[in-house]
Design a binder for this molecule. Sequence first.
Ligand code: PLP
Length: 369
Amino acid sequence: MIYFDHNATTPLDDRVLDAMQPFLKTFYGNPSSLYRLGRISSSAIDAAREQLAALVGVQPGQIVFTSGGTEANNLALATLDPRAGLAVSTIEHPSVIEPALHLKSLDHQLTLLDVDANGQVTQHAIDEAIRLKPGLVSMMLANNETGAVQNVAHYASQLTEHGIKVHTDAVQALGKIPVDFNRLGVHLMSLSSHKIYGPKGCGALVFEKSVQLKPVMLGGGQEQGFRAGTENAAAIVGFGKAAELAKTELAERHAHLLTLRQLLEHGLSTIPGLTIFAERSERLPNTVQMGIESIDGEMLLMQLDQKNIAVSSGSACASGQREPSPVLAAMGVEPSDAKSAIRISLGKANTEAEILEFIKQLKSLTIKG
Ligand code: PLP
């Protein structure tokens, strides 16, 4: 099977599984328990916090472990002061868009930051945010569908100068491009374990110490009181290990993915009527979202599935619904063109042979005669 859907999720790295295994069975103590078995779990969580902190360049105390990127995004938006305004880009993941709409229903002013045809938030949108002075601006570092990388550092410095706090969803960027919290100059940053070869159901919110976090989960003092509930020690240990590996292997993974993406794009350039979305944007080294004129993306996905090739027709969370991608709509792509979209997202174990096989199959399915 050829797996080209790493932006949906990644397979667990064997080294991550090895690190997790003792905490699934042998070391089952509750990290809050004071006896040795409990302390083993809590020390393992501390070590994982250090591994993740090292990957993104923060102090371990700036990390709150959560159940994933979705919870981290919800927790970030929950920091908003009562009735303060909020601005989010139009291409955010639903786990930012939906809490933002919820806040709007509670009377917060919600501003949507427009993107251009290449999926980039515009300076005009940032100027408008500065004028409205919301309590928080949320703009993602890399888009899950197009792979477009935003110039978060550039805009965060402008927003911060005007006293506006910035959150970035770095779930898709982590492990693919360098992600340094302080260089980005943001106040809050969401991360997820299962996009970096760690286990599912684990993520983190990184916070700048001046930000007043407001817990969403109440009922225990875990995670400095910011996230109640017995920690999933095995998953956190796995996330920590995955973060350590992402740090040591980042340059190698990046180079490998870029080589594969170039080979893929070279092959795609020989297919008539093919468009790569956000092509002129700086993009993640592993992501290509494309469409072929008058070919339905979901139909193509099913045909590729029959050839044992897994791709996505948009974001995983949006699949199953037949509306064209809101991300492409925000970029001004016509609904008929957006319906042709499929997303290829490569991973560290993919090979050149798989790319060539994919191109061969894609041609046989889409070029008639
Ligand atoms: N943010 C982005 C950009 C994502 O792509 C995803 C997952 O698809 C999430 C957040 C949600 O992360 P999780 O699956 O860990 O809840």
